[in-house]
Design a protein around this ligand. Structure first.
Ligand code: V1D
Ligand code: CA
Length: 464
């Protein structure tokens, strides 16, 4: 059971002395306005503050501190009044084993910065390196962010929540037996497996800058989960090197994976139009019973690792569109490497879920407010930094290919509920070999690019 703390705050006359310095002005004016649209879902927020205290290491772009900034914004805007707030417990080892190999989980439970010199072979075996370093408390961190997403699925399944949010989750690259791309355990796969116990069909939508490869791979052979990722793709150069439009699934899962490969510089207008034109027919054809949305914030303009031109409103418009279908939703975070924009985005998206409009001026009582100088607004201008390399002809051709592919689905597949969770290891030898060959092919390319890209990015750190 997770602890619900919403009432303890709301009952103290809506004042938390930790955050509210200017008592008189704060109690009188709310920093948001209710929009009162027709769909009023029950929203829950699942956050364990301990998850924000971990450090990947000096110079690493992933900063769990961004979760603390997000939470401060959410609290300062008083969004806790609109939703149920839970303190989730960490995931248990047994829960992690629903997807991951025991060897890998034992490794995460054992390894520390102090003892890692004794385990050189294991570090190599489990792909430990610059992207996925060993840091203090690594296993506890994994259990915390996975625990948040699993807690959220339990509230959806019980019907207590219509929309459940865990910004510490969304680590979409994690593999069954190894970490990848800053992700150790894959909380999304674990959550979808849990949702599949109760819901016939799950739609996964991923708007992180990077391809949601770990989730796609886990459900590549099943028709019960449709995965749909929008991401930067430039023919294996950009991490993780997968996600071209012709990756569509295999076996029973053929046509149940959708990939939208994009070039640098995409702007709000083109992204949102493309997103809606794909997601609308996906939902009407697949008829999901629940949607999992990964909201990686590295697709925003001015991200430290990204070169898209999205504003917070453009990114949020995609989430608003998915919400408008009125289906149960699990909403998770993901990438995002300019912490002040990540936290603005996720606070804004929390407000969308709660159907309120926030003041553009950040609340005066916001801790770390100087961090948002000089504008101190929720919606800084993030577009126009990069040339839009996605011309109309390219986007039209991508959309046509994807919609063509959807026509192969003859409506929503019927489901034998006794088949759940799907046996993820049941790939044919041929399928195993195809995946193996693809991975081998990518490895050489990756090494060469790693050095170039890291050098570029480390320079960028000086500006942060
Ligand atoms: F810039 C860095 C500095 C230190 C350590 C790593 C990086 C870095 C930047 N970009 N690493 C990357 C990407 N890795 C490579 C290497 C080539 N391969 C051999 C590895 O280009 C990884 C990017 C991960 C993106 C994660 C994510 O945003 O998708 C995410 N989603 O949820 C959580 C994270
Ligand atoms: Ca993506």
């Amino acid at each position: 059971m997770s602890l619900k703390w919403t009432n303890s705050i709301a009952n103290t006359n809506d004042i938390d002395p930790t955050f509210f310095n200017d008592y008189k002005t704060t109690v009188k004016t709310l920093p948001y306005e209710d929009l009162l649209t027709s769909y009023q879902p029950n929203v829950s927020y699942h956050y364990n503050p301990d998850a924000s205290n971990y450090h990947y290491g000096v110079g690493h772009p992933m900063k769990p501190f961004r979760l603390k900034l997000t939470d401060h914004l959410i609290i300062s805007y008083q969004l806790y009044k609109k939703m149920d707030c839970y303190l989730p417990r960490p995931a248990t080892k047994e829960e992690l084993l629903e997807f991951h190999d025991e060897d890998f989980i034992n490794f995460l439970a054992t390894i520390t910065p102090e003892n890692s010199n004794k385990y050189a072979q294991l570090l190599k075996k489990f792909n430990i390196g610059d992207d996925c370093p060993v840091f203090d408390g690594i296993y506890d961190y994994c259990k915390l962010y996975a625990g948040g997403s699993l807690d959220a699925t339990r509230k959806l399944i019980s019907g207590m929540s219509d929309i459940a949010i865990n910004w510490s989750g969304g680590l979409h690259h994690g593999k069954k037996r190894e970490p990848s791309g800053f992700c150790y355990v894959n909380d999304i796969v674990l959550s979808i497996l849990n949702l599949l116990r109760y819901y016939p069909r799950v739609l996964y939508i991923d708007i992180d800058l990077h391809h949601g490869d770990g989730v796609q791979e886990a459900f590549y052979t099943t028709d019960r989960v449709m995965t749909c990722s929008f991401h930067k793709y430039d023919g294996m150069e950009f991490f993780p090197g997968t996600g071209n439009y012709d990756e569509v699934g295999i076996g029973r899962g053929k046509h149940y994976a959708i990939n939208v490969p994009l070039r640098d510089g995409i702007d709000d207008d083109t992204y949102v139009k493309l997103f809606k034109s794909i997601i609308e027919p996906v939902i009407s054809t697949f008829q999901p019973s629940v949607i999992v949305q990964q909201c990686g914030a590295d697709s925003l303009g001015h991200d430290r690792l990204g070169r898209f031109n999205l504003n917070i409103k453009g990114h949020g418009e995609c989430v608003k569109f998915v919400k408008s279908f009125g289906l149960p939703m699990l909403v998770v975070g993901g990438g995002g490497y300019t912490p002040k924009n990540v936290s603005r985005l996720w606070c804004y998206e929390t407000s969308i879920m709660n159907d309120v409009q926030l003041d553009n001026k950040l609340p005066n009582n916001l801790p770390f407010r100087v961090f948002f100088n000089p504008d101190c607004t929720l919606h800084p201008n993030l577009d126009g930094k990069f040339e839009n390399k996605n011309n109309k002809k390219y986007l039209d051709s991508i959309r046509i290919q994807i919609l063509e592919n959807l026509r192969f689905l003859n409506g929503a597949p019927s489901v034998r509920m006794d088949e759940i969770p799907p046996d993820l290891s049941k790939l044919t030898e041929e399928e195993e070999k195809a995946i193996h060959d693809l991975n081998e092919e990518m490895e050489n390319e990756d090494d060469r690019y790693l050095k170039m890209q890291k050098d570029d990015i480390r320079m960028g750190e000086l500006e942060d």
